[in-house]
Design a binder for this molecule. Sequence first.
Ligand code: FAD
Length: 445
Amino acid sequence: MAPWASDWIGKYKGAPLCVVRPGSTEEVARIMAQAHETGTPVVPVGGNTGLSGGTHAEGAIALSLDRMRTIREIKPAARLAIVEAGVVLEQLHEAVSEHGLSFPMTFGAKGSCTLGGMLATNAGGSNVLRYGNTRDLCLGLEVVLPDGEVLNLMSELHKDNTGYDLKDLFIGAEGTLGVITGAVLKLSPTPRAFATAMVAAPGLDEALGLLNRLQEATGGAVEAFEYMPGAYVDAHIAKTGARAPFEARHEVNILVEIGATAPRDAVPGPDGSIPVAAYLEEVLGEMLEQGGVLDAVIAQTDAQRAEMWARREAAAAVCLGRQPLVNNDISVPLDQVGAFFTRMESVLPRLDPGAEALSVAHLGDGNIHYTVYPTDTALSDTVTQAVEDVVAELGGSFSAEHGIGLSKKPSMARRKNPVALRVMRQIKAALDPKGIMNPGKVLPD
Ligand code: FAD
């Protein structure tokens, strides 16, 4: 039971009542029917990489989907994959790449997180600005309800307006309304070439200007636009011994990646240069002259691209390995990211003069992972509330992509619209009257 007795960070520990590892939807349905009959709590578990304590299963059945790893079908013509919920993200990446297609969602946990867990948390990641969140990539869903009935919503349709969209109710519900057992997912053409660069900008406003220029120049082909402050780059070097991205140290470091699917953008010209890399170079050159960019390095090889990504994908290991910490996963409008950091620079020292902060951000979609290390655990909630205040002032959300789980329940109680909370409780009571489905998560007590 040990792997199911702790979450990825090691913050939430507790032995489950037992672990069940069904191999099919029918087996999940039989387990849920028995749990319903006996009033036994059930916690669905995928890869257990969630960062909000959503899989804490003390005294409950931990229902692991790790034997449900079948990719039922790939339909290249319709650009679809029909999968079981326990399929690991990287497994799907590899399977669809054989068809020249991609499932365009990726992040650091891709080798162990499951599609069911991603759907249950509506995961985001590094490519949201081009392809959307997990919700945007899902056409159909199969769910086992808390009483053991199977709800088959495995639609392959892009348009299907037949009453309430139940699929979207289960996506992002973090296992509190049912067990996701299967899904129909959208696929995209794999870019034939990538242009990837590390860029240093004078500030976040200039960085946003760069993003907008690149979107215009490439017809919206920017796949990733990731912000790493100087302090994060320092911490990464200290932890891994990796090389610095630039000779000089910069405060605003951006990993930018553009994906080209059209041969006209991706096939090397007579001089060997790849057009999409040339567009990137051209825009960076112009912005260097205008002072909107301070330095830039374009990856020339796959190894250089991988090195750039390794720096970004180490974020969870770099930021979350130290205690005590306050792990904020927030979002603000794109043009308010700079304002968030400016506000926190004055707010945090007033609350806890010795506190440190380390951040990375999916700048292209306004999602900031702002980790604070308070000098005393007793200050954690004060810091969280101060972050929530700043986020609210800027029109943002206290929860961007990691879900609520246990860790953000106090924020839900404080910040979520009370009418929305009441409707959520009514939905929960209607679908799970005995309250056995991942009890104690998402909804405040
Ligand atoms: P789990 O951790 O097993 O479960 C998460 C929640 O979903 C729990 O509430 C669980 O009960 C529920 N659940 C799991 N499976 C099912 C199911 N089949 N049916 C119903 N409910 C279910 N997240 C991002 O969004 N973007 C990132 O960039 C990102 N980067 C990460 C990097 C690292 C290194 C790590 C460790 C995590 C990262 N995460 C990120 C968080 C995490 O990987 C995602 O939340 C992921 O979607 C969780 O998938 P999982 O299979 O591990 O789910």
